[in-house]
Design a binder for this molecule. Structure first.
Ligand code: T4K
Length: 362
């Protein structure tokens, strides 16, 4: 038996020689950072690929969220999802705002829009939903609620490059979307991220915030900071982008393989896509009980396969950093959900082996 460990994910990487070719131009120019030509090219290439107008490349997805909050000058309560990576909440806190947790929909695993309005107070300034695992939120309903209550919307779109709503990139909804280009994401620059603001003025403001608050004449006109992406990271993004369509199609194919095979097993359920189209960048399985999950995880680990408990525990239970606010659905699902390995270079026969181990240990 092949005993090479299989992790939940592996970066999608272009061939090294193709990356090197782009890197040579960095060495020739000697420009390593400060919004150099490769960062600008990456932004243009991502816009073309996703058919969006604006993309500000930044150093990581957490900074992208912080920059979005800063650009909208928010101070107060931000209603968000507890079923997420801790970065959603730490970014809110680092910008001096308070997270208010809205429970999730048990099927989509995204913020339950029917529960948002009850959480709005006179301190609420924004809603920050998460397109979790690349599954789009109910963007139209969120937009309606936000307009009714005069709130801003920032999407944590860390997982959502490639996800669409009405055939349009989901990154173009809300006031700003913040995405991640981390090594584990569908498109990666090792570390990296992006802010997408459909509004031109907000887009220009985000560019200034990224660069210490300079305007083109190098006057300081914003309360900015350093959110810049380097040329070395941008080069990797440009190289990887060439394989984006292939990676997206590959994820979808393997996702469907898992889904079709596992659907026949009683007691398992799956994240449902109710609005728009997912990028199928994760394959989460929901068990009936945590005991079943632990049994399956143990059986997979025994044969060197390492799925991950994204997202466990529910972020509202991190009482070292937040005041506990109950969100029973998120807390319950977080205990029973396991993401199975899903990445470009994962062989289909390995997917079948994972399905086999899971089926036998269930
Ligand atoms: N919002 C949401 C909803 C997010 O999920 C995230 C990040 C953010 C915001 C913030 O975006 P960033 O600031 O990170 O850009 C990962 C990532 O660090 C994090 O980006 C991601 N979400 C989160 C869900 O997962 P871990 O704890 O899974 O990393 P690690 O090192 O355990 O990696 C998982 C597997 O991936 C490993 O078993 C092997 C493989 N791997 C990982 C790395 C880093 C590689 O093969 N190569 C690598 O370089 O955090």
């Amino acid at each position: 038996m092949n005993n090479k460990p299989i992790y939940v994910t592996m970066p999608s990487l272009a061939p090294l020689n193709e990356y090197n070719e782009i890197l040579k131009t960095v060495w020739e120019r000697g420009i390593l950072t400060h919004n150099g030509p490769l960062v600008q090219q990456l932004e243009k290439d991502i816009c073309a690929k996703l058919e969006i107008d604006n993309f500000v490349a930044v150093s990581n997805g957490t900074i992208a969220i912080q920059m979005a909050i800063k650009a909208l000058e928010l101070k107060g309560e931000i209603i968000t999802s507890p079923f997420t990576w801790v970065a959603t909440v730490s970014a809110i806190k680092w910008e001096g705002c308070s997270p208010v947790f809205c429970d999730i929909d048990a099927e989509t695993l995204n913020i339950d829009t029917t529960k948002i309005e009850a959480l709005i107070t006179d301190k609420t300034v924004a809603i920050m939903p998460v397109h979790v695992f690349g599954t789009p939120c109910n963007v139209e309903e969120i937009d309606r609620i936000a307009k009714k209550h005069n709130l801003k919307v920032i999407y944590d779109a860390a997982h959502a490059i490639g996800s669409t709503y009405n055939a349009k990139s989901v990154l173009e909804f809300g006031d700003i979307s913040a995405t991640s280009l981390h090594a584990t994401k569908l498109l990666n620059t090792a570390e990296g991220g992006g802010c997408i603001a459909p509004d031109k003025h907000l887009h220009e403001k985000l560019k200034r915030i990224r660069f210490f608050g300079h305007n083109d004449a190098k006057d300081i006109v914003e309360d900015g900071f350093n959110g810049k992406m380097t040329e070395v990271h941008a080069a990797l993004g440009i190289a990887n982008l060439k394989y984006y369509d292939e990676v997206l199609a590959d994820r979808h194919k393997k996702y469907m393989l898992y889904r079709n095979e596992l659907s026949t097993i009683p007691g398992l359920s799956f994240q449902e896509v109710k609005w728009g189209t997912s990028n199928y960048s994760y394959f989460p399985v929901i068990f009936e009980t945590e005991e079943q999950l632990l049994k399956v995880e143990k059986a997979l680990n025994a044969v060197n396969i390492f799925p991950r408990r994204y997202f466990y525990p529910s972020v509202n239970t991190y009482t070292e950093i937040v005041d506990y606010q109950p969100t029973p659905i998120s807390e319950d699902i977080a205990k029973r959900i396991l993401c199975l390995p899903l990445y470009w270079k994962l062989e289909e026969k390995e997917v079948i082996r994972i399905i086999d181990v899971l089926t036998k240990s269930e």
